[in-house]
Design a protein around this ligand. Structure first.
Ligand code: AHR
Length: 615
């Protein structure tokens, strides 16, 4: 393959090309990124006390007498027993214990004189650390007890429990009620109520620039009134009721709207905020004459985020401790509203009602329609969302999709992934747990196809992002984990996105020579901040190494370039828990020949980035 890359700086490419998409699926919020260690901490969406168990002959059960708050009507009563009694919680399929400060609290109601002991214990009952908390509990109201627990010893594995005990002899009235039992390890950037450090680190490696949230199907909800509601996700945890998520488990909403914005701040991400648009997954559609309150509600959400403190919801934000407004430039109206009988209503009134209201107040906002085949007459500045779950041989056909794209509207690839092998007759059935190399290379083909059209493509976000290996609803996923951070699996697709995203193209450069796609799927550009010229390429099924000679007009003999190539030993290889990454990275330094060209060889099924640094 011989290529000549023009030095004429072309169209600006989107600064948001590589992003992440998040919804609570696969225990990716609760039990995942949200760093809370206690499962079922406030008995939201369940009458079950599980996985809490009683300690010392006591009994535990949920009760609705004397609610902690209107949001948290249920609590756990601990009754009976003698001597040391209490309760224990095994976390989200385990708790990682290190010698570091854990911050915790619980509410108690009941007449108790004495101390509580909060401790971590191993599977064999060894106490890894404990702290005593003087009781301030009374029968007349709920009292929050706070503590910091620094274990004296790290655990050998994550099969540990958190336990609260006390002396039954000090209890008058036979029982104590507990609620909002919470323990956090140190979080990313030490945010209170924050996010897991290791998983945020895995995201930071991707150098992302966009966060699409809060869904996905989870935002839509299965049936009324279970869509994601921003007001229920803000403020003190005791005022957050949680909700029945779409993916068959309750959401605590501890990871709420403010926490999403802080996540954006901490990783320097552009928020892409999606709103429920009147369609439930169970096919209920809000009628036109009933939709306005939902539109108003989203406008209130935007005011909460962006309004100054003279506005009602801006003042609410400030009252919660966030006086400085955030900025939202991208919103999405719904999610996949062409499905579940939603298309006609979306096209006839749902999108437009949201668009008109948002545009009137925020004229510069990009308002994304949630599927591609939206109505004719889509407002000129509206964008669209393309989702593709596919198989590698089919996904590569999307390489030229955006070359041919109608430039009338921008587009985001809001969800993409290869979800099954080419051999699978039904790609939805029996899917692999982890992304595998062939699929990841085909995703690179899609990404590079999008990037060579960065004038129209806003960006790409792989989905789903996270997967708890103990309980999940959708595989494969970009990052899989359990309670033990040392076992986190950064998939082959993670490696590909990391490579492509860490060298950013700001402007496209036109290319002459061999036409893509086969055998080299490529995009050329320049980073106008660094002056680097860049060629990103995937080789997909060439059956032999591809010799490449690329000449960047204006680059002189002797100029050096770095070439990074990713390969894997086998196209079916995948990363898995407990094993080293199968992805091999080769880094080379190349020197331009007398005519300014670089010559190198790319193996079949490889993804590469050539960066010619400015002289
Ligand atoms: O990513 C999993 C699901 O796929 C999303 O919730 C939905 O938007 C899509 O159908």
């Amino acid at each position: 393959v011989k290529l000549r890359v023009s030095e004429t700086v072309g169209a600006a490419s989107s600064p948001h090309m590589y992003g992440v998409m998040f919804e609570d699926i696969n225990y990716s919020g609760d039990g995942g990124l949200y760093a809370e260690l206690i499962r079922n901490r406030a008995f939201q969406g369940t009458t079950s006390v599980s996985p809490f168990t009683a300690v010392g002959g006591a009994k535990v059960a949920t009760v609705t007498t004397t609610p902690l708050s209107s949001a948290l009507p249920r609590s756990m009563t601990v009754t009976g027993g003698s001597g040391t009694v209490g309760f224990s919680n095994p976390g989200w399929w385990g708790i990682d214990i290190k010698v570091q400060p854990y911050t915790g609290s619980f509410y108690v109601r009941g007449d108790y004189t004495g101390t509580f002991k909060a401790s971590f214990q191993s599977a064999t009952g060894e106490v890894l650390g404990s702290v005593e908390i003087a009781s301030a509990s009374t029968a007349s109201g709920w009292t929050q007890h706070n503590f910091t627990l620094i274990p004296s010893k790290a655990a050998g594995d994550s099969k540990n429990t958190f336990t609260v005990t006390y002396d039954a002899a000090g209890v008058k009235g036979g029982s104590l009620n507990f609620n909002l039992i919470s323990v956090f390890p140190p979080t990313f950037k030490n945010r209170p109520n924050g996010l897991r450090r290791d998983l945020m680190g895995a995201l930071a490696e991707l150098n992302p620039s966009l966060l699409r949230f809060p869904g996905g199907n989870n935002m839509e909800g299965q049936s009324p009134p279970n869509h994601w509601k921003w007001q229920n996700t803000i403020g003190p945890l005791k005022d957050r009721p949680g909700r029945q998520g779409t993916w068959n488990y309750p959401n605590t909403d501890g990871l709420g709207l403010v926490e999403y914005m802080q996540w954006c701040e901490d990783l320097n991400l552009e928020p892409l905020l999606a709103t429920f648009a009147g369609l439930y997954l169970g096919k209920n559609v809000i009628a036109q004459n009933a939709l306005q309150p939902y539109v108003d509600d989203f406008m209130n959400e935007l005011e909460f985020l962006m309004g100054d403190t003279s506005t009602k919801y801006g003042a609410l934000r400030a009252s919660l401790g966030y006086p400085t407004p955030w900025k939202v430039n991208f919103v999405e109206v719904g999610n996949e509203d062409d499905l579940n009988n939603g298309k006609d209503s979306y096209n006839s009134y749902r999108y437009k009602m949201f668009y008109n209201a948002i545009k009137a107040k925020y004229p510069n906002m990009t308002i994304i329609a949630s599927f591609e085949t939206t109505m004719s007459g889509l407002p000129a500045d509206a964008a669209k969302d393309y989702h593709t779950y596919n198989q590698p041989n089919k996904m590569i056909n999307d390489f030229t999709k955006f070359d041919r794209y109608d430039r009338a509207h921008k587009v985001i690839v809001g969800e993409y992934a290869n979800i099954n092998k080419d051999s699978a007759k039904d790609m939805w059935a029996n899917r692999p747990l982890y992304p595998w190399w062939r699929g990841s290379v085909a995703e690179a083909v899609l990404a590079i196809g999008a990037e060579r059209n960065g004038d129209v493509v806003i960006g790409l976000t792989y989905a789903p992002l996270f997967c708890n290996l103990n309980a999940n609803q959708w595989v494969p996923d970009l990052i899989a984990y359990n309670a033990d951070p040392s076992q986190t699996v950064l998939s082959t697709s993670h490696a590909v996105i990391k490579l492509l995203s860490n060298t950013r193209i700001t402007n496209l450069l036109s290319t002459t020579g061999s036409d893509p796609p086969k055998p080299l799927y490529y995009a050329a550009g320049i980073n106008s901040k660094t002056g680097s010229r860049i060629l990103k390429a995937a080789v997909y099924e060439s059956r032999a190494a591809v010799p490449v000679t690329v000449t960047f007009t204006g680059v002189t003999a002797g100029t050096t370039a770095t070439l990074k190539i990713l390969t894997a030993p086998n196209e079916n290889s995948n990363n898995a828990v407990g094993a080293a990454s199968v992805v091999q990275t080769v880094a080379q330094t190349l020197t331009a020949a007398a005519d300014g060209s670089f010559t190198y060889s790319l193996p079949d099924m490889s993804v590469s980035v050539l960066e010619v640094k400015a002289a």
